[in-house]
Design a protein. Structure first.
Lengths: 140, 174, 661
């Protein structure tokens, strides 16, 4: 009995946690735009958008159906003449900063930009203290 | 002893505290929609199954607040959610379904097995509305007030103890 | 029996770790009574190494014979799995990899105790006590929360199998290599703490520490290189680095170890940078432990996450707090009492090394910030993502000056130098960089970072060999060759990264059998798609004919595999490697009209990234060989000198006073 239960348990662990649909992907999920410039624009954008159903993958790198549907949105919007930044903003409006791998300065992300600036200052300070001082002493 | 040598320790303690807090409280893993308190986006989706009409934004304008339920026949938690939707329907709530990436025969099969709480089901074959409304997964349920404004988002399947809260919100936004 | 033996060996090793700590602490007191007990520290470490390694080999054996009465084997292995993956499956899970980690930790502790005779006895005692303390924590972790030898009440009929992504030869190499690196840093950590506690931060200590740092650093470099290549061809989207938390977790110790490596060299050669070296020694090991915590606690979302468990996370966090918090506290109290060491000017080799040490530390801070920041905002119920568009430019702020100084630094003399002396080299390098930038800018419209990367890579590649200019090559010390090689490796890797990011071409198309696609100068024809079966998977395999220009076509066979134990789909890429790049092909789903999704990339010079990594490690190996040879020569010279003096004393019949060295 225990044995049967354990086998069942292992089988359950091994089973994928959510079933997948069987519908074909959206038209632009796996189809590049004909214009290489537009496709490059779309591709650059898709590399920096997060697949919401995956563990840390961009929508360009994911085979999840929803990532495909997001790629379709990006490509068809680029084709309609929208700018990548506008599409990113459109998605951030819906999913928050989480959807974009490219953080933008906002109430929740400013330290990401303030700290590197601070680091530049600290690095300059350390270098001046360690190296600049010596030089003066030696000259004196 | 120079204070500057205490900086690494201070930074580490800050991190350790944060990590301990995260471990104790669990992670915040949902992706809430930024569309709550904004108008429902314009959309019009064809019927997902024979016998029920499709769904569009116009269906939500006017009348009582309604539920917009994003679901799919291939989604396992949706099966768990079905009895709760049935209860909400019995309480007189109108539920409009959006079937994500689904086939009509699968939808019909699901409804015959687990019941049909919907007045309409729109077929969203390329997750268009799902993305437009900011739903990161399936199932999710949105409360839409009579003016077509999104007022509340429920992420994941509705459990039995979520039903009273949802009914209360439906009452509040009238 | 095997499992019980393994467990017993672990418990015994734990007991010996206690002995090692006690003996080490007594050795610190230094009186005659304590000294009698203190001599047990070294044998305790050596025997412990034997026991921990034995325990690991027993688990390896259990996996080899698929002993399904052991829970770990039943949950991670399968009788039908190819033999090699049964073995690698030993460390493809949390418990097994922790046992490997502990085995390597004990082994390096044993080697240190058995072989290192140069340090003052007190410093050695303190070092061994710290090493024992670190080991004890990990034994406790294994035995109390992740026992690899746990038995099932009833043996399972069949195992669950191993995550198919991990059924790859890359996994056989990558994690163990990284662990050796991480754990090698634990020795550097123990030595740094030993020296700090006994106030012996001096060139002699640095000379003892240097080979350990080099050794750990070589393995970290190899591990990261192998891991990056593994992710590149196994995950099937052609990416080699995504700044994923787990990737960052392996990069951070490497950055700290690289800084430590250079700073310990300055300390050994010039008796400068004392506190800085100690700080980096603590930091490097902290980063290894932090990496372990991030990977295993599940506090961050990663594509490589495995064995995630908050309870274990808590345990590792406690260990982190003990070791890192403790050592940083000792550092804070003690560091002020270490004298600053010798002085030097900005335009000296030390000056350049300090500059790059600061740059490396700043890059480390950026990576740390970007990796942990999502954790911070989640505490406030806000989720953010930090990815390549953040890490690349933020890292470049510090990486670009670092590469420039890296090109010039080795040309400078120690202590003080005049920039005028190397003005020819400076002009040459500047000319190369400017020429490359203008050439590439004419060729096309590329992003600024890859462009700068290309220019710096080529200038750095030339600069790496400049220290050899005007020297007789046969007389150049092996360690200098090591430096040249490693710096050239950095240039090669940087060239690969910049080139991949600037020039990659991608083609994604639905193709029907017989039809042809064009990508750059490659012509790709889909010959057909067939189902095939492996030992524990079934797959569809595409036959793609790839021809470059007018060459004869080569057959590529990318597969989409479905594993059935456990059930999971993977995409097996197919590659053609040329000296100037790699063609990378993946087969996807079949479309409704019967065509197949084919995704192909041409990645110019992408292989240079990993060649560079190998060159860097080779440089490290040369450096170790050079140092050890020099050390042995010196030792034998001292021995010979002593011998001669003894002989002389015997002949003359009186004891001579030894001249001070």
């Amino acid at each position: 009995m225990i044995r049967a239960f354990l086998i069942f348990l292992f089988a359950a662990i091994a089973m994928p946690s959510a079933a997948q649909d069987t519908l074909p992907p959206a038209p632009y999920a796996y189809k590049q735009l004909d214009d290489p410039d537009l496709e490059a624009k779309a591709s650059d954008l898709m590399d920096t958008l997060r697949c919401l159903k995956c563990q840390s993958q961009s929508i360009n790198d994911s085979d999840a159906p929803m990532a495909g549907d997001m790629r379709h949105q990006v490509r068809s919007r680029i084709l309609a003449g929208e700018e990548p930044d506008a599409i990113r903003a459109w998605l951030i409006e819906r999913y928050g900063n989480y959807v974009s791998y490219q953080p933008e300065v906002s109430a929740s992300t400013w330290p990401l930009f303030a700290i590197p600036a601070l680091l530049v200052l600290i690095a300059a300070l350390i270098l001046l203290r360690r190296l600049g001082k010596r030089r003066q002493e030696e000259r004196a | 002893m120079r204070p500057v040598f205490f900086i690494p320790l201070a930074l580490f303690l800050f991190f350790a505290g944060l990590a301990a807090y995260m471990l104790a409280n669990g992670r915040f893993e949902t992706v809430p929609s930024g569309m709550v308190d904004k108008p429902l986006p314009e959309f019009s989706l064809p019927p997902a199954v024979d016998g029920l009409p499709g769904a569009s934004q116009a269906n939500f304008i006017g009348g009582e607040p309604k539920l917009l339920n994003i679901w799919a026949s291939w989604c396992l938690p949706c099966i768990a959610e079905a009895p709760q939707l049935e209860r909400l329907k019995e309480e007189g709530v109108e539920i409009i379904g959006i079937a994500i990436r689904d086939r009509p025969e699968d939808v019909a099969d699901f409804l015959s097995r687990y019941g049909n709480p919907y007045t309409r089901i729109g077929a969203d074959d390329i997750s268009e509305l799902q993305i437009e409304i900011g739903a990161a997964g399936v199932p999710e349920t949105f409360v839409i007030d009579g003016e077509g404004k999104i007022r509340y988002q429920h992420i994941g399947d509705i459990r039995a103890d979520d039903v009273p809260e949802i009914l209360e919100i439906l009452e509040d936004v009238k | 029996m095997i499992a019980e033996l393994g467990l017993a060996a672990l418990w015994l090793a734990t007991a010996l770790a206690f002995l090692q700590i006690a003996a080490g602490v007594l050795g610190l007191r230094g009186d005659a009574h304590s000294a009698r007990f203190a001599v047990y520290a070294r044998p305790a470490a050596v025997v412990q190494a034997f026991l921990a390694v034995l325990s690991f080999f027993l688990l390896l054996y259990a996996f080899a014979v698929t002993d399904l009465s052991i829970k770990l084997v039943a949950t991670n292995s399968h009788s039908m799995k190819p033999f090699i993956y049964k073995l690698t499956g030993t460390w493809g899970n949390h418990e097994g990899s922790m046992l490997l980690w502990v085995g390597v930790l004990a082994l390096s502790g044993g080697l240190l105790a058995g072989m290192e005779k140069r340090l003052p006895e007190k410093t050695m005692s303190a070092t061994l006590a710290v090493q024992g303390f670190v080991a004890l924590g990990f034994y406790a972790f294994l035995l109390l929360s992740s026992n690899p030898f746990e038995r099932l009440p009833v043996p399972a009929a069949e195992g669950t199998g191993l995550n198919p992504l991990l059924q790859d030869i890359g996994l056989a190499v990558h994690p163990p290599t990284l662990y050796v690196g991480y754990v090698g840093l634990s020795v550097a950590f123990s030595l740094a703490m030993g020296a700090l506690i006994t106030r012996q931060v001096n060139p002699d200590f640095a000379k003892v520490m240097r080979p350990w740092v080099l050794f750990a650093w070589v393995f970290l470099t190899l591990g990261i290189t192998a891991g990056s290549y593994w992710a590149y061809y196994e995950l099937g989207w052609g990416g080699w680095w995504f700044w994923d938390p787990v990737e960052n977790a392996s990069l951070m110790p490497w950055l700290a170890a690289t800084a430590l490596l250079h700073s310990v060299s300055v300390l050994a050669a010039r008796d400068a940078l004392r506190t800085w070296t100690i700080m980096l020694g603590v930091l490097a090991f902290s980063m290894s432990m932090l990496g372990t915590f991030l990977v295993r606690s599940g506090v961050l979302t990663s594509v490589h996450a495995f064995a995630v468990d908050p309870e274990r996370g808590t345990f590792i966090l406690v260990l982190l707090a003990l070791y890192i918090g403790g050592s940083l506290a000792i550092f804070a109290v003690r560091a002020g009492s270490i004298a600053e060491g010798k002085r030097f000017t900005f335009t000296s080799r030390e000056g350049a090394l300090v500059f790059n040490n600061v740059m490396l530390s700043a890059i480390l801070a950026i990576v740390l910030l970007g990796t942990l920041y999502p954790l911070l905002t989640e505490a406030f119920d806000v989720r953010v993502s930090v990815g390549p568009p953040y890490f690349n430019p933020a890292g470049a702020i510090f990486a670009i000056p670092m590469f420039i100084v890296m090109a010039i630094g080795p040309l400078l003399r120690w202590k003080d130098d005049k920039p005028k002396r190397i003005q020819f080299e400076l002009c040459l390098l500047a000319a190369i960089a400017i020429a490359v930038v203008s050439l590439v800018a004419i060729l096309g419209d590329y992003a600024i970072l890859p462009l700068l990367g290309l220019a710096l890579a080529i200038a750095l590649g030339v600069a790496a060999f400049l220290p050899l200019r005007g020297r007789k090559l046969s007389r150049v010390p092996t360690a200098v060759w090591g430096m040249v090689m490693a710096h050239f490796g950095v240039a090669v890797a940087l060239f690969g990264m910049a080139s991949e990011s600037a020039f990659t071409q991608e083609r994604l198309a639905a193709v029907s059998p017989g039809s042809t696609e064009q990508l750059g100068d490659w012509t790709l024809t889909l010959e057909g798609v067939e189902p095939i079966a492996g030992p524990n998977w079934t797959a569809i395999e595409a036959r793609v004919l790839a021809a470059r220009g007018n060459e004869d076509p080569i057959v590529l066979t990318p597969q989409a595999r479905d594993f059935w134990a456990p059930a999971q789909a993977t995409s097996e890429s197919a590659l053609i490697t040329r000296w100037d790049g790699q063609l990378y092909a993946v087969i996807g789903e079949q479309t409704e009209d019967g065509r197949w999704q084919l995704r192909v990339w041409w990645k110019p010079f992408v292989t240079f990234i990993w060649y560079g990594g190998l060159l860097i490690s080779l440089g490290g190996v040369l450096s170790i060989v050079g140092r050890v040879r020099l050390d042995l020569k010196r030792r034998s010279a001292v021995r010979k000198g002593n011998q001669r003096r003894e002989d002389q004393a015997k002949i003359t019949g009186k004891v001579q006073v030894e001249p001070a060295e």
